[in-house]
Write a protein that binds this ligand. Sequence first.
Ligand code: CP
Ligand code: NVA
Length: 316
Amino acid sequence: MNLSNDKTKTTPRHFIDIHETPASELRKIINLAHSMKKMDPKHLPDHLSLQDDLTVLAMIFEKPSTRTRLSFDMAMRQLRGKTTILNANDMQLGRGESIADTAKILSRFVDIVMIRSNSHSDLEELAEHASIPVINGLTNFSHPCQILADIMTFEEKLGPIKGRTVSWVGDGNNVATSWIHAASQFGFTLKLACPTELSPTGQQLEDIKNSNGTIILTSAPMEAVADSDCVVTDTWVSMGDEDIERRKELLTPYQVNADLMKKASKNAIFMHCLPAHREEEVTSDIIDGPQSVVFDEAENRLHAQKAVLAWCLQLV
Ligand code: CP
Ligand code: NVA
């Protein structure tokens, strides 16, 4: 009789990046998110409910979070599972215990891990050594869970995203990376307007080159948003960025304001992953105006996270 909690014989279904997840599986996750939003969480169908009350998600945070923390916590509760929240600085990981050993320990205690990590390579190393699914809850490189919620929001407001145009305006950051990964997987055109100094670089550029999608890079915001279905931006200073004044100077011409939104399609929506800095990357009249869908987008993190958890736990 095996009394060990060693799960090394199973193959975990990680959710690390959008371009590493097959397009058919991504579509399954988004469709599930749409249908889960319509379900009463008190009466989930048996196959979507963890039921035994013993399935636990560990959440590790190396950086602050409001939406990711809340959405995963509530998603797990609604699936009838449990969560444990770990601050990386309070773990031995923060005192130098190896990522590999941490992955093996987590795998003996819990069933699934979501990590918000400073370093993408740390996330990859954790996934490599874990025998349970690992979910990317944001790294310096990407934020795939956000983009699942964003695609869900786009489709809720404007119908299927395939063949449509999304415009990213601002810093070529981690959220931009996941939009880049999504373009080919979901078949939409992505136009990115970034100042040259903050344009996609390194692995992001490689991923653009290797993408089968239509991705247009420019430094001209008006050009990028022309006739677009959706204008997206994000903070000018991401967690961990240091060159604050230089960034603000470079990004000022990339503010999403009424003049810019006028260039987009008449029915265009405005998205932002939040937290937002009003009068910096976006003016209040836009983020609080009729084209903005930012609070539905934030709520959709919950439904998208329920779907991604169900997928990783192989409920679907
Ligand atoms: N959009 C997002 O990931 O928000 P938090 O940093 O609050 O989790
Ligand atoms: N680009 C931002 C996203 C926050 C959700 C950051 O990394 O801080």
